[in-house]
Ligand binder design. Structure first.
Ligand code: COA
Length: 146
């Protein structure tokens, strides 16, 4: 972990109030960065999700979304601006959600990982369940935290 992560804070965001920051990072990381279709990125679930921003001072460096699907918690849209990658920001975001879900005693915690990023989630205790599938034109696999 780089000493830069000591300056990183994770805070809950409001989709309407923080619309620009949330939109900007998802646009840069997913729509521009990974060619995700706009309608799949902004999929209509934002209003019923919780949103989290990682910041350094006034600058947004990362983002993720948390959504309940029935009784299961689905962690989504982990995104770190390119120049901040590899410094532990993504790991902080995942750990923040896991701690929150632990507090809430949510047993089922999962995500759809892009296959090429599996190792990132494996290092954080997630295990693959089932085979690969395609989402937003990218190969994914379901991973659960047990
Ligand atoms: C994936 C992503 C969120 C990781 O965030 P990050 O801040 O760069 O990751 P961290 O610095 O916290 O890395 C934690 C660990 O995971 C590993 N890791 C990070 N990105 C990885 C990747 N793309 N593939 C494999 N391992 C990765 C790191 O090497 C690090 O391990 P180490 O401690 O042994 O060095 C970030 O790279 C990103 O926004 N990527 C583009 C969007 C994306 O693909 N999101 C995931 C969708 S499922």
């Amino acid at each position: 972990m780089c000493s830069d992560t000591k300056k990183v804070s994770i805070k809950r965001a409001d989709f309407k109030e923080n619309y620009k920051e949330i939109h900007d990072i998802r646009d840069a990381v997913y729509i521009v960065g990974q060619n995700c279709p706009y309608d799949e990125e902004f999929d209509g679930h934002d209003e019923n999700s919780e949103h989290f921003l990682a910041t350094v001072g006034e600058s947004v460096v990362g983002y993720c979304r948390l959504r309940m699907v029935g009784r299961k918690a689905k962690m989504e849209r982990f995104a770190v601006y390119e120049r901040w990658r590899g410094k532990g920001v993504g790991r902080l975001l995942v750990k923040h959600l896991l701690a929150l879900l632990e507090e809430r005693k949510v047993a089922d915690k999962y995500l759809h990982a892009q296959v090429r990023v599996k190792r990132f989630y494996q290092q954080l205790g997630f295990k693959e369940r089932g085979g690969p599938f395609w989402e937003a034109g990218i190969e994914h696999v379901a991973m659960y935290h047990e």
